[in-house]
Design a protein around this ligand. Sequence first.
Ligand SMILES: [Zn+2]
Length: 110
Amino acid sequence: MDSNGRAWIVSRNHVSQEYTLGLNNFLATARHHLDSDGRTLCPCNRCENTWLQRFPTIRAHILRYGMLATYQRWIHHGESLTDEEEDDHFEDSSNKDEEDHTLRDAIVDE
Ligand SMILES: [Zn+2]
Protein backbone atom coordinates (compact mmCIF):
# COMPACT_ATOMS: atom_id res chain seq x y z
CA MET A 1 0.00 0.00 0.00
CA ASP A 2 2.96 2.41 0.38
CA SER A 3 3.47 4.89 -2.44
CA ASN A 4 6.98 3.52 -3.04
CA GLY A 5 5.26 0.60 -4.68
CA ARG A 6 3.85 3.01 -7.26
CA ALA A 7 7.23 4.16 -8.60
CA TRP A 8 6.54 2.29 -11.84
CA ILE A 9 3.91 4.93 -12.77
CA VAL A 10 6.58 7.52 -13.58
CA SER A 11 8.95 5.02 -15.15
CA ARG A 12 9.66 5.58 -18.83
CA ASN A 13 10.45 1.95 -19.40
CA HIS A 14 7.03 0.53 -20.18
CA VAL A 15 8.33 -2.95 -20.99
CA SER A 16 10.16 -3.56 -17.72
CA GLN A 17 8.96 -6.31 -15.38
CA GLU A 18 8.28 -3.68 -12.72
CA TYR A 19 6.02 -1.75 -15.09
CA THR A 20 4.14 -4.85 -16.19
CA LEU A 21 3.59 -5.96 -12.59
CA GLY A 22 2.45 -2.48 -11.59
CA LEU A 23 0.05 -2.28 -14.49
CA ASN A 24 -1.37 -5.71 -13.67
CA ASN A 25 -1.77 -4.56 -10.07
CA PHE A 26 -3.71 -1.51 -11.24
CA LEU A 27 -5.95 -3.56 -13.52
CA ALA A 28 -6.65 -5.99 -10.65
CA THR A 29 -7.74 -3.04 -8.48
CA ALA A 30 -9.82 -1.42 -11.22
CA ARG A 31 -11.50 -4.75 -11.99
CA HIS A 32 -13.75 -4.23 -8.94
CA HIS A 33 -14.82 -0.81 -10.19
CA LEU A 34 -16.28 -1.38 -13.66
CA ASP A 35 -19.59 -0.04 -14.93
CA SER A 36 -22.29 -2.32 -16.36
CA ASP A 37 -20.56 -2.24 -19.76
CA GLY A 38 -17.28 -3.46 -18.27
CA ARG A 39 -15.64 -0.07 -18.64
CA THR A 40 -13.85 2.23 -16.22
CA LEU A 41 -12.01 5.58 -16.37
CA CYS A 42 -8.72 5.31 -18.24
CA PRO A 43 -5.84 6.89 -16.26
CA CYS A 44 -3.48 7.20 -19.24
CA ASN A 45 -1.87 10.51 -20.23
CA ARG A 46 -4.31 10.89 -23.11
CA CYS A 47 -7.63 10.09 -21.40
CA GLU A 48 -6.63 11.61 -18.00
CA ASN A 49 -9.36 9.79 -16.07
CA THR A 50 -11.99 11.49 -18.24
CA TRP A 51 -12.92 8.76 -20.73
CA LEU A 52 -14.41 5.36 -20.02
CA GLN A 53 -12.52 2.53 -21.72
CA ARG A 54 -12.53 -1.24 -21.66
CA PHE A 55 -9.69 -3.19 -20.06
CA PRO A 56 -7.76 -4.13 -23.24
CA THR A 57 -7.88 -0.47 -24.33
CA ILE A 58 -6.73 0.80 -20.93
CA ARG A 59 -3.83 -1.64 -20.91
CA ALA A 60 -2.84 -0.59 -24.44
CA HIS A 61 -3.17 3.12 -23.60
CA ILE A 62 -1.01 2.89 -20.48
CA LEU A 63 1.65 0.91 -22.32
CA ARG A 64 1.61 3.45 -25.16
CA TYR A 65 1.00 6.81 -23.44
CA GLY A 66 1.93 6.00 -19.84
CA MET A 67 -0.17 6.48 -16.73
CA LEU A 68 -0.78 9.94 -15.26
CA ALA A 69 2.25 10.62 -13.04
CA THR A 70 0.04 12.23 -10.42
CA TYR A 71 -2.30 9.28 -10.19
CA GLN A 72 -0.58 7.53 -7.29
CA ARG A 73 -3.72 6.81 -5.32
CA TRP A 74 -6.36 5.18 -7.44
CA ILE A 75 -9.40 7.03 -6.10
CA HIS A 76 -11.36 6.56 -9.34
CA HIS A 77 -10.77 2.83 -9.19
CA GLY A 78 -11.87 1.80 -5.72
CA GLU A 79 -9.17 3.20 -3.43
CA SER A 80 -10.12 5.63 -0.65
CA LEU A 81 -8.71 9.15 -0.62
CA THR A 82 -7.49 9.02 2.98
CA ASP A 83 -5.90 6.35 5.12
CA GLU A 84 -8.61 4.62 7.10
CA GLU A 85 -6.38 4.51 10.18
CA GLU A 86 -6.09 8.30 10.15
CA ASP A 87 -9.86 8.61 9.92
CA ASP A 88 -10.19 6.60 13.12
CA HIS A 89 -7.82 8.97 14.90
CA PHE A 90 -9.86 12.02 13.84
CA GLU A 91 -13.06 10.41 15.07
CA ASP A 92 -11.54 9.57 18.45
CA SER A 93 -10.32 13.11 19.11
CA SER A 94 -13.60 14.78 18.07
CA ASN A 95 -15.50 12.48 20.39
CA LYS A 96 -13.27 13.60 23.27
CA ASP A 97 -13.88 17.27 22.41
CA GLU A 98 -17.60 16.71 22.60
CA GLU A 99 -17.33 15.11 26.02
CA ASP A 100 -15.30 18.08 27.26
CA HIS A 101 -17.96 20.51 26.04
CA THR A 102 -20.69 18.59 27.80
CA LEU A 103 -18.71 18.56 31.03
CA ARG A 104 -17.94 22.30 30.83
CA ASP A 105 -21.58 23.17 30.06
CA ALA A 106 -22.69 21.18 33.08
CA ILE A 107 -20.28 23.09 35.35
CA VAL A 108 -21.43 26.49 33.99
CA ASP A 109 -25.04 25.61 34.62
CA GLU A 110 -24.33 25.06 38.32
ZN1 LIG B 1 -6.52 6.08 -22.20
